[in-house]
Design a protein. Structure first.
Length: 217
């Protein structure tokens, strides 16, 4: 294990915890199925918008079995598209959700699986979404890798990979499992608020003088 990097990531998490105390806007859900659907809808969409859409969506499609009907019936698929229209990319999302319901029924008995390997085989589910389900619903440690997390991790010199799975492994090798979820949350928040993609706000960053990518006057 790289002791220098391990010490650095511990410093990163300690300093970021001081300035990013709040959590991200939460998706509203009552079951692993609802969180899975909501997380898929949140791609290129805000959590707040998804939360406005899902009450009517889950009233009409409360479980995988009801959702799976849209995989075979064009009118049901059109109804699903209408319900999720405001989340963006609604046609692709509707197709994924219909296939998702179908696969959950046929391959998993209508239940959301509890392993990364099974989750990422579902339509519309990548490692990020799978990580959310594992950590939130099943209390299984997972590093949730998204674009913000990856950008911050690479800028801080914690990782070099651009592939999400490889990046996830690089970070996992530096941290005990009990810190995985916290790491994902803090780096994501830092990427959203300070370490912005185009114009990083290095003058506000508590890590600036240890960061190999800092842009300071």
């Amino acid at each position: 294990m790289n002791q220098k990097l391990q010490a650095w990531i511990e410093t990163v998490l300690a300093r970021l915890a001081l300035i990013h105390e709040e959590v991200l806007p939460a998706l509203t859900f009552k079951s692993p199925f609802e969180l899975l659907v909501s997380t898929i809808l949140s791609a290129q969409c805000t959590d707040a918008r998804v939360n406005l859409v899902t009450p009517a969506l889950f009233a009409r499609f409360p479980d995988p079995a009801s959702l799976s009907v849209a995989a075979r019936d064009s009118r049901t698929l059109a109804e699903l598209e209408t319900l999720i229209h405001s989340t963006g990319f609604f046609r692709a999302k509707a197709r994924n959700l219909a296939s998702l319901g179908d696969q959950l029924v046929k391959k998993h008995g209508g239940k959301v699986p509890e392993t990364m390997e099974e989750l990422v085989e579902l339509p519309g589910v990548g490692r990020k979404t799978a990580g959310v389900i594992l950590s939130v619903c099943y209390n299984i440690p997972a590093i949730i890798v998204d674009t913000h997390f990856g950008r911050v991790a690479r800028r801080l010199g914690l990782a070099v990979a651009t592939d999400p799975a490889k990046l996830e492994k690089e970070i996992a090798d530096l941290l005990p499992q009990r810190h995985w979820v916290e790491c994902g949350r803090l780096l994501n928040l830092h990427g959203r608020k300070i370490c912005l993609a185009r114009s990083p706000r290095c003058e506000l960053c508590p890590l600036a003088y240890g960061c190999p990518s800092r842009v300071l006057p």
